[in-house]
Design a protein. Structure first.
Length: 363
């Protein structure tokens, strides 16, 4: 096992082969998952609908002919229910895993995750205000998710602002500011719930906090997938700076790099990705914590290897989690955030007990 880890961390061919294996397994996972569901549909019909609709879309794109959906009822199930939730799971898995890697580098703490700087509490306050107070109803049918996204982003901006009071921000000040604002948001959320006396609203908040892909749609994918993809490409271009963050501010300054503004930029970009994930599917925990740990054990702390591996692994994890949510209990769908937490917490404890590894820098 140790020899395999060293090979992945030092050999470029082994690294690229492993990425191709992960990519191949992701494609297989998607092809398998789209054939699974409460309605039994022959595999040939499933793939036939997908191929036909993709062909019709290209014809519409290049010739301008009206786009027509193929497959009738089967097409509706495959194209509007199964496929959107899988692509959304892929986008959110990539986004949360990459943001987990970034947050761990920004605060230089292996226990950090995408929600560590108060983003989850801000999203929760936004959703609670929308459901119980009706704030943001003018934003349309997805106003709960939009308010959650707005809440997450506002808290991120607040964390950046507070951490800069009294001098430049650093990883410790960001962490403390995030903890403080998280406590404030949680207090206000609980206060709203306490005085609302709205049983149905409280049930809606509870379900939303558990996360679900059931509300997936092509309109949500049109927002979530580009932001997740563009954010990931941006962070892939920042690997050198992210590696410097593991060494600390003092070392980075001696190498001619001031990490202050980069740390704030990474936080805001991460907040946008996480906010869109929260808007699309609610709160999904442990993906951004467990995946970076597993990939760091295999690929080391170099972000040039860690980021792409984490992105693919996160997508695979969430696709299979969605499969589990649909098939574990017949006739019932589990919230995906509940399943990832049930699986992720024991796995994380096992990894930490079984194997120690360097986080980077002097750690």
């Amino acid at each position: 096992m140790k020899q395999r880890q060293r090979l992945l961390q030092t050999s470029r061919p082994a690294f690229w082969i492993s990425l191709l294996v992960l990519l191949g397994f992701l494609v297989f996972s998607l092809l398998f998952a789209v054939s699974i569901g409460s309605v039994r549909i022959p595999i040939g019909d499933v793939y036939g609908v997908i191929i036909e609709n993709i062909k019709n879309w290209f014809i519409h794109l290049f010739t301008g002919e009206p786009f027509s959906f193929a497959g009738g009822t089967v097409g509706d199930v495959v194209w509007f229910i199964r496929l959107p939730r899988l692509i959304l799971a892929l986008a959110i898995g990539v986004g949360l895993s990459v943001c987990g890697v970034i947050m761990q580098a920004v605060v230089k703490n292996p226990l950090a995750e995408p929600y560590v700087l108060g983003i989850s509490s801000g999203a929760s306050l936004g959703a609670t205000s929308a459901i119980l107070l009706g704030i943001g109803t003018a934003l349309g049918s997805n106003f709960v998710g939009i308010m959650a996204c707005i809440g997450a982003f506002i808290i991120s901006v607040g964390v950046v602002g507070i951490s800069n009071i009294g001098g430049k921000s650093n990883s410790v000040k960001l962490l403390l500011a995030g903890m403080a604002l998280s406590a404030v948001c949680s207090a206000f959320s609980n206060l709203i719930i306490y005085f609302a006396h709205d049983k149905e609203g409280i049930e809606s908040i509870t379900y939303w906090m558990m996360g679900s892909m059931a509300g997936a749609s092509w309109s949500k994918i049109a927002v979530a997938l580009p932001i997740s993809f563009i954010g990931t490409l941006f962070f892939l271009s920042q690997c050198r700076t992210l590696n410097l963050m593991l060494l600390g501010d003092e070392t980075a300054i001696t190498l001619g790099k001031d990490l202050h503004r980069w740390r704030q930029l990474y936080l805001l970009v991460s907040a946008a990705i996480v906010g869109i994930a929260v808007y699309s599917a609610g709160m999904i925990g442990f993906v951004g914590l467990v995946v970076p740990h597993v990939m760091r054990m295999l690929y080391g702390t170099d972000h040039r290897r860690l980021l792409p591996a984490s992105a693919l692994a996160g997508a695979i994890l969430l696709v299979w989690a969605d499969i589990g949510c649909r098939v574990l209990i017949p006739g019932m769908e589990l919230p995906i955030g509940l399943l990832t937490s049930i699986i992720g917490a024991p796995c994380f404890i096992y990894l930490m007990v079984r194997k120690r590894y360097g986080f980077g820098g002097g750690d």
